[in-house]
Design a protein around this ligand. Structure first.
Ligand code: SRM
Ligand code: SF4
Length: 562
């Protein structure tokens, strides 16, 4: 094998279709960890090895190994689960996890703090509830996003079926997961991965399906996007997008966030062929030497969009039609009660940073459990880490409303900016975090809200997103205000998203501590309040006023003004 090839490629190739020595690693009593190679393979099964970073130093001083535990992420296309499934998720979070459930920016849930010996029982129990974690992580297609708001229920249901089909079509075919976790019969040989091959993809791969005018899935930030085109609620097909991605490495100008390009329009029956073709082009042309440059966005930059599109058309046996015109007007979630065309009700709940727990005086986890015990519809996790209690009949509305109020689940006092904002997990579980996010963002927001009130702009729903590092898990590069962790207590300030996820922001100030950040926002809010045009968004104002220049071609000009 090429000596320059990334070591992960060798681990995948030698893993016998994702088996590695996981069976041995999980019963090894000497350590709470997996072997290093298995820690890579485990991601394809949906879990990551982590250690509690708050305890790292203390344990080091006592010559103890890090306090290892695992994060497990489920596959839940479009974020939909039944009340029974919610009750299972809730019970497992309390019994085998750290007492919480984390709703993610990709419409699924994670458990944190699982001990190695608890992994198998946990995976078995989610599977008994008909949820799996295959491809929750790893170099394959991840959880497929889909607009979760069933406001237009017929169209939504059809589009959601496509999201589910794409997810299933792009699942790894190896039986390793069933063998290791579900005690399935070992395969006698002759196994293959028709789509992925034995080294899978060069890197993670993400797909989203959007229903305009809502861009809650941030469709342009995905490797592969499908934008539903409908005529009088009938699905006509999809505009296909490719090459979006957020991850950046600080101070490495060869990395950049990128919005997906339009390839063209297809009919629904061409969807799976096109999805598979995009994946196999990435499999064959993606960078297997530098993982930092291995996402589809870099493959497209290297091949050129036209060559990439021609290759996809050839492999899919499809000729793209010119893309249909679409208009997105929103990026976040709509809260509260909504009634759809079937007369059913839906209640969107604000879940701060997606963390469902009963800690800090909150009884959110209990409240959701009480709702799940009586709810007849379903639950939908949104791509903004919130939760929709969906499909509520008229006669259940009052009871669910009163339970939601009793347990403090109705967000009627939150500011518009808070409701439009998200933060990634970061410390203490994320090994990549350079600064706090989830644990710090709510407090920082209080101070930002205070500034907004002082300047009379507290009616503006500014999309503000914080991450503990530049990987971009809360999609901060399409926020109007993005805060990217640089070091303990320090953040880069990015400005200029358009509030609909269709424009990248750009670095405005580097490495700010809290008081520098608040001073800067104070000045920006004052100017915005004085000079904004009617209904002008904050992100549009900073671009119009020349405070930041819009990014035209991220490969060339993203870092230009730093
Ligand atoms: Fe992420 C890695 C959490 C959505 C870009 N992400 C991680 C890890 C697994 C850290 C690690 O490498 O070990 C984080 C686990 C933290 C923890 O303790 O839970 C992590 N990512 C998350 C979640 C939970 C953030 C959240 O607060 O909701 C999201 C889980 C999504 C899911 O359910 O599948 C999450 N991550 C995203 C997104 C947003 C999206 O997909 O819409 C992105 C940006 C989009 C993209 O991929 O370009 C994202 N995560 C990354 C990256 C950078 C990838 C890159 O191309 O450079 C990494 C690091 C990596 O892959 O090496 C990463
Ligand atoms: Fe961790 Fe960075 Fe993702 Fe936040 S953005 S969860 S710190 S990898």
């Amino acid at each position: 094998m090429d000596s320059k090839i990334n070591p992960n490629e060798i681990i995948k190739a030698e893993s016998r279709f994702l088996r590695g020595t996981l069976r041995e690693s999980i019963v090894d009593p000497v350590t709470g960890a997996l072997s290093p190679d298995d820690a890579q393979i485990s991601k394809f099964h949906g879990f990551y090895e982590q250690d509690d970073r708050d305890l790292r130093l203390v344990r080091q001083e006592r010559f103890l190994e890090p306090f290892y535990s695992f994060m497990l992420r489920a596959r839940l296309p479009g974020g939909i689960c039944t009340p029974h499934q919610w009750l299972v998720i809730d019970a497992l979070g309390r019994e085998l996890g750290n007492g919480s459930i984390r709703l993610t920016t990709r419409q699924t849930f994670q458990f944190h703090g699982i001990l190695k010996r608890q992994l198998k029982p946990l995976i078995q129990r989610i599977n008994q509830a008909m949820i799996d974690s295959i491809g929750g992580c790893g170099d394959v297609n991840r959880n497929v996003l889909c607009n979760p708001n069933p406001e237009r229920s017929g169209l939504h249901a059809e589009v959601h079926r496509w999201a589910k089909r794409i997810s299933e079509h792009l699942l790894p075919k190896t039986r390793a997961y069933h063998e290791i976790w579900l005690d399935g019969e070992p395969v006698a040989g002759g196994e293959s991965e028709p789509i992925y091959g034995e080294t899978y993809l060069p890197r993670k791969f993400k797909t989203a399906v959007a229903i305009p005018p809502h861009n809650d899935v941030d469709v342009y930030t995905n490797d592969l996007g499908f934008v539903a085109i409908a005529q009088e609620e009938q699905l006509e097909g999809f505009n296909v997008l490719a090459g979006g991605g957020m991850g950046v490495t600080h101070d490495d100008t060869t990395t950049f966030p990128r919005l997906a390009d339009e390839l063209g329009f297809i009919r629904p029956d061409q969807t799976l062929a096109v999805a598979e073709a995009v994946v196999t082009v990435q499999r064959d042309f993606g960078n297997r030497i530098s993982r930092r440059h291995a996402r589809l966005k870099y493959t497209i930059e290297k091949m050129g969009l036209e060559n990439f599109k021609t290759e996809v058309e050839k492999r899919a046996g499809v000729q793209f039609e010119p893309p249909r015109s679409v208009r997105f007007t929103t990026q976040g979630d709509r809260y509260g009660w909504v009634r759809n065309e079937n007369g059913n009700w839906h209640l969107t709940l604000y879940i701060e940073n997606g963390r469902v727990s009963d800690s800090d005086g909150s009884s959110m986890m209990t409240g959701l459990r009480k709702i799940a015990e009586i709810h007849q519809g379903d639950f939908r996790i949104t791509p903004n880490q919130n939760l929709i209690v969906a499909g509520i009949a008229d006669y259940d509305k009052e009871l669910i409303d009163s339970l939601a109020r009793q347990y403090g689940l109705i967000a009627d006092t939150e500011s518009p900016t808070r409701l439009a904002s998200i933060a990634c997990v970061a410390l203490p579980t994320c090994p990549q975090a350079m600064a706090e996010a989830e644990r710090y963002f709510p407090d920082l927001l209080k101070k930002v809200e205070h500034l907004a009130t002082q300047h009379g702009i507290d009616d503006s729903a500014i999309v503000m997103r914080m991450t503990g590092c530049p990987n971009g898990c809360a999609r901060p590069y399409v926020a109007e205000i993005g805060l990217i962790g640089k070091g303990p207590g320090r953040y880069n300030l990015q400005l200029g998203g358009d509030g609909t996820g269709q424009r990248l922001n750009r670095l405005f100030r580097k490495n700010l501590n809290e008081s520098e950040l608040l001073d800067t926002l104070d000045r920006l809010f004052r100017n915005y309040s004085t000079h904004r045009k009617q209904d002008e968004r904050f992100g549009d104002y900073v671009i119009r006023s020349g405070l930041v220049k819009a990014v035209v071609n991220p490969a060339e000009d993203y870092h230009a003004t730093e």
